[in-house]
Ligand binder design. Structure first.
Ligand SMILES: Cc1cc2nc3c(=O)[nH]c(=O)nc-3n(C[C@H](O)[C@H](O)[C@H](O)COP(=O)(O)O)c2cc1C
Length: 312
């Protein structure tokens, strides 16, 4: 089925910078691997892009022990940014992505400003079209989220990245704050082209198995994702849109066509699908096809027209 109606252009109205996506459906970082892992399950043409697993300067083994904990309608993870590091990504994964024509956002994370600056430079040198800066991972001891919760620090960091990277710059925000608006304003003022939100919500999974007076306990503290965080993601999206003019990629508990409509209503221009991939690995192509079918049946000529109708 042709998906021409789903073509999406994310445009920064301030700088004019654009990112063209085949569809507004993007595989979320950490749930899609590095590149073509999902090829067997989905038609990659249905995807606007894949956001790579978070890449750091040096490779990271991630956290030891239990990393995933299922909760009601959600998942807690404490992967701790396990990844192969930027040099191996560029040498081994980038050629595959390019040869297969898979559009991607390079998701990066760092412990220091210098880390982010170097990663931005490497991305620029390698002509990577879009960068998603993760300043919102709750599962690492140093950096990352520390930058993402302080508007002044975030402004400085994004300005530094902007200076070193010419492509489409997306900043991924954290919901672990009382007010997301100053963070959204800071990244827009610093020159970001787009905001993606939300990363996971801090949570604690507790399980107690009991056998009369014996209690066997398991506790996993990490980032909560999936259907249970959707209301938080909707709220954060609507707050971001109160202050930011740059486009918004909505993330958080998205799994159905109705979810897409709800996020459009609060201001989303595109979507990332995370935990739902673990339930149904072909969810992204299913959503793209359902959205396309809906637009055909209801005579919408393009995604912009649909967005306008939902927001009216
Ligand atoms: C197992 C797992 C690993 C993740 N790793 C990353 C990561 O490396 N970088 C990042 O920016 N977000 C990461 N995330 C967060 C997701 O990209 C997404 O923001 C979050 O899960 C909310 O979306 P969802 O409710 O659709 O899962 C990870 C999430 C999960 C579940």
């Amino acid at each position: 089925m042709g998906l021409e109606k789903l073509k999406t252009i994310l445009k920064n109205p301030i700088s004019g910078n654009c990112l063209e996506l085949r569809t507004p459906i993007i595989g979320a970082s950490g749930t899609y691997g590095y590149e073509s892992e999902f090829e067997d399950f989905i038609d990659l043409n249905c995807l606007g892009a894949v956001s790579t697993k978070g890449i750091t300067l040096e490779k990271r083994p991630g956290n030891s022990g239990e990393r995933l904990f299922e909760v009601q309608n959600g998942l807690i993870n404490r992967i701790g940014l396990e990844n192969i590091g930027i040099n191996r990504f560029i040498a081994e994964k980038l050629p595959i992505l390019e040869s297969k024509n898979i559009d991607f956002l390079l998701n990066i994370a760092g412990s220091t400003e210098k880390d982010y600056e170097t990663l931005a430079l490497i991305a620029n040198e390698n002509k990577i079209k879009a960068l998603e800066v993760n300043v919102s991972c709750p599962n690492v001891k140093q950096g990352c989220l520390e930058f993402g919760l302080n508007p002044e620090g975030l402004f400085k960091l994004i300005k530094l990245i902007r200076k070193n990277y010419e492509g489409f710059l997306i900043v991924k925000l954290s919901p672990n704050t009382t007010d997301i608006k100053p963070l959204a304003s800071a990244v827009e003022k610093a020159g970001a082209d787009c905001i993606s939100a939300i990363n996971t919500v801090r949570g604690l999974g507790v399980k107690i198995n009991y056998n009369s007076n014996k209690f066997i306990k398991k506790c996993v503290s990490g980032g909560l994702s999936g259907g249970c965080i959707k209301p938080i993601a909707l709220y954060m999206a609507s707050e971001i849109k109160r202050v930011a003019k740059i486009p918004l990629i909505a993330i958080g508990g998205i799994a159905t066509l109705e979810d897409l409509f709800e996020f459009i209503y609060v201001g989303a221009d595109a979507f990332q699908i995370g935990s739902a991939n673990f339930v149904n690995p072909s969810i992204c192509s299913k959503l793209a096809q359902e959205l396309n079918q809906f637009m055909i049946e209801n005579n919408f000529s393009g995604f912009e027209e649909l967005k306008k109708a939902i927001k009216e």
